[in-house]
Design a protein around this ligand. Structure first.
Ligand code: ADP
Ligand code: ADP
Length: 226
């Protein structure tokens, strides 16, 4: 069953800027999709439309066969990890991870279970009482991932999650995210402008150019392209 279906998706921003058009894609359950392409080609806009953070101008977006064009972000069973982590500086790691669940009135014992489980998966159990400023870049990125994991979403969206890390850590976290995908067995959609990241992480790669899909294929097939 398709996890996500994008049909003729188009986004026109005010001022008549067409950011994305003719976007057609079926994403399989548990697939790791990488959206790659140069700055300004429409990657973030596509991801934000899937998350519900940006209105879809035309076309249809289905999550597990359900049309979600008009469904609020919080009701989409999707979690997004941002480039700048977006952690709350005054809250501990635990509370940062618990916050979204508290808003959703999740019972405390359930919050506790999910935070501890995510912390274990990400190897940040020792950091739960710290504030973000007492964490390294890689640790902050893990907390940001943790905040998404505790929601137990069907689909994970990541917008250049590693671009603020130094080169060495970026390579390490690439592997960590691949492992995470394997452990969670959910659909991942990962945005990057980094070709190497795309080639090493994606089951399938969607190459975007000027707001349209230029190519869609496995890394192996793309690599062998004439
Ligand atoms: P990418 O993520 O690939 O860098 P974006 O999706 O951010 O590309 O942007 C695609 C196009 O849409 C660009 O031309 C950009 O300038 C434009 N754009 C992005 N956000 C807005 C906005 N809020 N209002 C108007 N134009 C926007
Ligand atoms: P409240 O908003 O009611 O003060 P808390 O932040 O105290 O909620 O969290 C409630 C439960 O979450 C606590 O009983 C505890 O089990 C767990 N908890 C909170 N902070 C931490 C932490 N830093 N490490 C481990 N567990 C925590």
């Amino acid at each position: 069953m398709a996890s996500l279906t994008l049909k003729n998706i188009k986004k026109v921003y005010s001022g008549n800027v067409t950011a994305v058009q003719d976007f057609n894609l079926e994403i399989e359950d548990k697939e790791f999709i990488v959206l790659v392409g140069p700055s300004g080609c429409g990657k973030s806009t596509t991801l934000r439309m899937i998350a519900g953070l940006e209105e879809i101008t035309e076309g249809e977006l289905y999550i597990e066969e359900l049309l979600v064009n008009d469904v609020a972000p919080k009701d989409r069973d999707i979690a997004m990890v941002f480039q700048n982590y977006a952690l709350y500086p005054h809250m501990t790691v635990y509370d940062n991870m618990a916050f979204g669940l508290k808003l959703r009135k999740t019972p405390k014992t359930e919050i506790n279970r999910r935070v501890r489980e995510a912390a274990k998966i990400l190897d940040i159990e020792e950091l739960l009482d710290r504030k973000p400023k007492a964490l390294s870049g890689g640790q902050r990125q893990r907390v940001a991932l943790g905040r998404a994991i505790v929601r137990e979403p069907k689909v994970f969206l990541m917008d250049e999650p590693l671009s603020n890390l130094d080169a060495k850590l970026r390579v390490l976290m690439r592997t960590e995210i691949a492992k995470l995908h394997h452990k969670l067995q959910t659909t991942f959609i990962y945005v990057t402008h980094d070709q190497t990241e795309a080639m090493t992480m994606g089951d399938r790669i969607v190459v975007m150019k000027d707001g349209v899909i230029h190519q869609v294929d496995t890394p192996l097939n793309l690599y062998n392209y004439p």
